[in-house]
Design a binder for this molecule. Sequence first.
Ligand code: KMH
Ligand code: ZN
Length: 286
Amino acid sequence: MTTAPGRSPARTLITVAPTGAETAKADVPTLPTTPEELVETAVACEAAGAALIHIHVRDSDHRPTLDPVLLKEAVVAVREATDLVVQLSTGGAVTDPLEQRLTVLDADPDSCSLTCGTTNFGDDVFLNPWGFMVDLYRQAQECEVVPEFELFELGHVHALRRLIDECGLPYGDKVHVDFVMGVPGAMPGTPQTLLAALALLPAEVTSWSATGIGRTHLPIAAAALSAGGHLRVGMEDNLVFAKGQPVTHNKELVSRAAELATIMQRPPMSTEEARELLGVKERRAR
Ligand code: KMH
Ligand code: ZN
């Protein structure tokens, strides 16, 4: 675990979460929801400095879906067009049944999100009961898929401790955590909360990133860089680039994160370095 400024990683992992499940295409027409838009976004974000992509798939009506065929097509298409580490969301939308969320790994991603507990999610509840977490984690170990532990709450940090104690380390022996901060009703997107969460991290954690939702996006990025963390950005988390200036393309957020990281003397890491950092299994066609 790296928190002391003097021990910050030399380079920054930038994750892009381009779509999410919450925003309607009708409200934000620039949101990448079609397969073509997803691939175009992935290519542009890789060029801008991203090394990992967190994917939620939409159907032909632009609605969130966990359709196994569409998930597999997205994984294959992004893998063909880029060298990004391909992470599928197992969180889906708040309306997705747990059983269906347990089928996501059939699409053979490099990585998957794994949220460490139930949380308030705006007006909704994002369900992640203990049994579901264990089933998903064991599946990821069996399929040799690297989990990214998503922590929305301080209690989720404690649940990660319990998960490692009961189930051991992930495939590849690396433990990568992403703090998702500032979701209404979950932990606030403040530097103070980030530092409190870092103090609770299990010693087995080998890397961590953070993202702030909405207006907490930039403060959390700056705090994460200062504290030795990596960055997640993207239209899943933030649709406003600056006051009065909507995000029009995910690459804007990735470019800004890359600039910020470079100013902080921790430029973006390559996809190869990201694979090493996360302990990803080789799945690319040779
Ligand atoms: N859409 C949220 C309910 C994840 O991708 O794993 C869950 C989410 C987390 O976005
Ligand atoms: Zn997500």
